[in-house]
Design a protein around this ligand. Structure first.
Ligand SMILES: Nc1ncnc2c1ncn2[C@@H]1O[C@H](COP(=O)(O)OP(=O)(O)OP(=O)(O)O)[C@@H](O)[C@H]1O
Ligand SMILES: [Mg+2]
Length: 226
């Protein structure tokens, strides 16, 4: 697909464990268009997180090609790959992964600083993001002083601060109660609808998956055709 924002061709990932090899990804080809909201479902161990990590450039595939907006990771240097990841991709994890000693504001700002200085701070965008996520009154709190839902909203702000072309979320509602899960899913749905944000979200929750425009099913490292 010419206008794919994410494209995978024959991606394999094997993990060496002892004398054996685990095929975590077993020939995955996939194309995601800009503006899509895609859910990934499948049993534990089916390769969902590995898929997200290779798309995010955190893990290198054993074989196959991964392109983000036409740029193939395998053809980039480590530095270029890191720069691509930090500027184009926002990660949201199940366990939030916020730095405990930093305030919410500083957790968000750190992601901006890490992306490099080529992007000047866009204060209007930052304010809108914070407002959308209803974090105005929580910016001076450390993660330990925030509820689970609030921590996940900070993590979403951190993921979005650099206006990534794609958001990768690994069970973003996995540690939230149903009310906070709903709130996070509403945020994703609105970002996708209002801003055309491309989102790839792993979930075990059928209701969460139903919020996406397309659902990918994984089994034993393969994408099931549906
Ligand atoms: N770093 C690693 N070293 C060795 N094996 C790994 C590693 N990471 C993942 N695996 C294996 O690869 C397979 C796929 O793992 P992955 O984490 O992608 O599954 P998942 O679908 O995300 O599962 P879950 O729903 O439990 O999070 C599993 O068999 C897992 O044990
Ligand atoms: Mg996983």
């Amino acid at each position: 697909m010419a206008d794919a924002i994410v494209a995978l061709e024959g991606v394999h990932k094997e993990f060496q464990v002892g004398s054996g090899k685990i095929p975590a990804l077993d020939g995955v080809s996939l194309s995601i268009a800009a503006g899509e909201f895609v859910a990934v479902v499948g049993a534990s161990g089916s390769g969902k997180s590995t898929l997200l990590h290779v798309i995010g450039g955190l893990t290198q595939p054993s074989r196959g090609a991964i392109r983000i907006e036409g740029q193939e990771y395998g053809r980039l240097s480590d530095g270029q790959r890191t720069a691509l990841r930090r500027s184009q991709i926002g990660f949201v994890f199940q366990k939030f992964n916020l730095l405990p000693t930093l305030t919410a504001r500083d957790n968000i700002e750190l992601a901006r600083a890490l992306a490099g200085h080529d992007q000047p701070a866009d204060r209007a965008y930052e304010r809108e993001l914070i407002q959308r996520l209803q974090l105005e009154n929580r910016l001076d709190h450390r993660p330990g002083e925030l509820s689970g839902g609030e921590q996940q909203r900070v993590a979403i702000a951190r993921a979005l601060i650099n206006r990534p072309r794609i958001v990768l979320a690994d069970e973003p509602t996995g540690n939230l109660d149903s009310r906070n899960s709903e709130a996070v899913l509403d945020i994703f749905a609105r970002l996708n609808r209002d801003l055309g944000q491309t989102i790839l979200m792993i979930t075990h929750n059928p209701e969460a998956a139903a919020r996406a425009g397309r659902i990918l099913h994984m089994r034993d490292g393969k994408l099931l055709v549906n």
